[in-house]
Design a protein around this ligand. Structure first.
Ligand code: C2O
Ligand code: CU
Ligand code: CU
Length: 421
């Protein structure tokens, strides 16, 4: 199909990366050696995308958080074989948000993501709120993909040797694919689109000077109103957009994003061109996050997450491609209750993700959620023993999966299928 123009061409391919200077290791990437280009779709617009698999194994192209029809969602049934291409149309019929894309081949998702297949997918909008916040991509609007990796002694990424069935955790932090990153800051107010792109790790981010920062968006939309926080916790696959104000830093002061152990994940090199910060206008949404009726809706679906290692299940079952576990009508809103059942060991956090929808979190153990969760979500952290209620609507039809986003759990079958009719 030479000469044909697509809005985007995305090729999954093999490459090599020098995480450590002078030592290369085999990695996967989209259109390159590691990670992928940021794709942007305007709210309400369509883009034509040519997806190609140049790997030596099957892959899929999943648009995490995008409300597309089941047939182009890129779930585990949507394999693209080595050498194959497909042309699809992605439509952003949903609010501005920071989404992402990654492969989803059953039993190979964790390894393919670990080797480097992930990219950002942004929905842009010219809404009033969007324009009032920094939106100069690469200048004051920066995506940050946080991941952790393990390297063998000779600094090679070897997934099979490192794989842990409860989720491969690494002792090396990478940000946008870089070890020991440093980011130069030239603008006083910076917007960061933070993705926890790790296979399993939960991150709690804060600033090295303990200062507060502003969270403006959750996975799938702006928050109902910006919220000042000092800590941001993201489970695997969750996103948040935050604003950090650098204008009040004194010349000697240094600043970094750190984790809950005080480890610097991303130090900043602050070189402001002009320190006058135009404060972002605060917005508040007139409508309540949830109407009284929505809060009172009866539970229609019960989801029970259970287990650890490879003994993980949803509602007592492992994934079966030939089985439809749940059904829901297109456009009809239902309440799901997701219960993370403890085991004898006490259980563990499972980040629960649903394809094809952006939902609202109604409550955690009956309590209204924090303002930082009062925006659209597609993944939700569920603590051991906790019951989380979700308000779920699917705008499109098709078969979708829902699963734990600890990728090794997903590959071990902690996943089910829902048909939207
Ligand atoms: Cu991030 Cu099933 O996806
Ligand atoms: Cu997804
Ligand atoms: Cu899990």
């Amino acid at each position: 199909q030479q000469g044909q123009n697509y809005d985007y061409e995305v090729v999954a391919q093999q490459g090599t990366t020098e995480f450590y200077k002078g030592i290369s290791t085999e990695t996967y990437g989209y259109n390159g050696d590691l990670l992928g280009p940021t794709l942007t779709i305007e709210e309400g617009e369509k883009v034509e995308v040519k997806i190609t698999n140049d790997l030596n194994e099957p892959t899929t192209f999943h648009w995490h958080g995008l409300e597309v029809a089941g047939e182009i969602d890129g779930g585990p049934l949507d394999e693209i074989q080595p050498g194959e291409s497909r042309i699809i149309t992605l439509e952003a019929d949903q609010p501005a948000a920071t989404l992402w894309y990654h492969p989803h081949v059953h039993e190979m998702t964790a390894e393919q993501v670990y080797r480097g297949l992930s990219g950002m997918l942004l929905i842009d909008s010219s809404d009033k709120e969007e324009l009032a916040i920094p939106n100069d991509y690469g200048v004051n609007d920066i995506p940050l993909i946080f991941q952790d990796r393990l390297f063998s002694e000779d600094k090679q990424l070897n997934y099979n040797q490192l794989m842990d069935e409860d989720g491969t955790l690494g002792d090396v932090s990478i940000v946008n694919g870089t070890i020991n990153p440093k980011l130069t800051i030239t603008k006083p107010i910076m917007r960061f689109r933070v993705l926890n792109g790790s296979n399993a790790r939960n991150y709690t981010f804060s600033l090295s000077n303990d200062a507060s920062f502003t969270q403006i968006a959750s996975d799938g939309s702006l928050l109902d109103e910006p919220v000042e926080i000092q800590e941001l916790t993201l489970a695997a696959s969750e996103r948040a957009e935050i604003l950090i104000d650098f204008s009040k830093l004194t010349a000697e002061e240094s600043l970094a994003i750190i984790n809950d152990e005080g480890v610097e994940l991303l130090p900043f090199d602050v070189k402001l061109e002009d320190a006058t910060a135009n404060p972002t206008e605060k917005w508040t949404t007139e409508e309540p996050f949830l109407t009284p009726e929505e809060k009172e809706m009866p539970i229609e679906k019960n989801i029970e997450l259970f287990g650890m290692m490879d003994m993980v299940t949803i509602n007592g079952k492992k994934f079966d491609a030939d089985r439809i576990d749940l059904r829901q009508e297109q456009g009809v809103t239902e309440v799901w209750e997701v219960y993370n059942k403890k085991d004898m060991m006490g259980g563990m956090i499972h980040p629960f993700h649903i394809h094809g929808t952006q939902f609202k979190v109604i409550s955690r153990d009956g309590k209204e959620v924090d303002p930082s969760e009062q925006g659209l979500k597609d993944s939700v952290l569920v603590n051991p023993g906790e019951k989380v209620k979700l308000l779920v609507t699917f705008p499109e039809k098709g078969v979708y999966v829902f699963h734990c986003h600890i990728l090794e759990h997903e590959d071990s079958g902690m996943m089910g299928q829902i048909e939207i009719y």
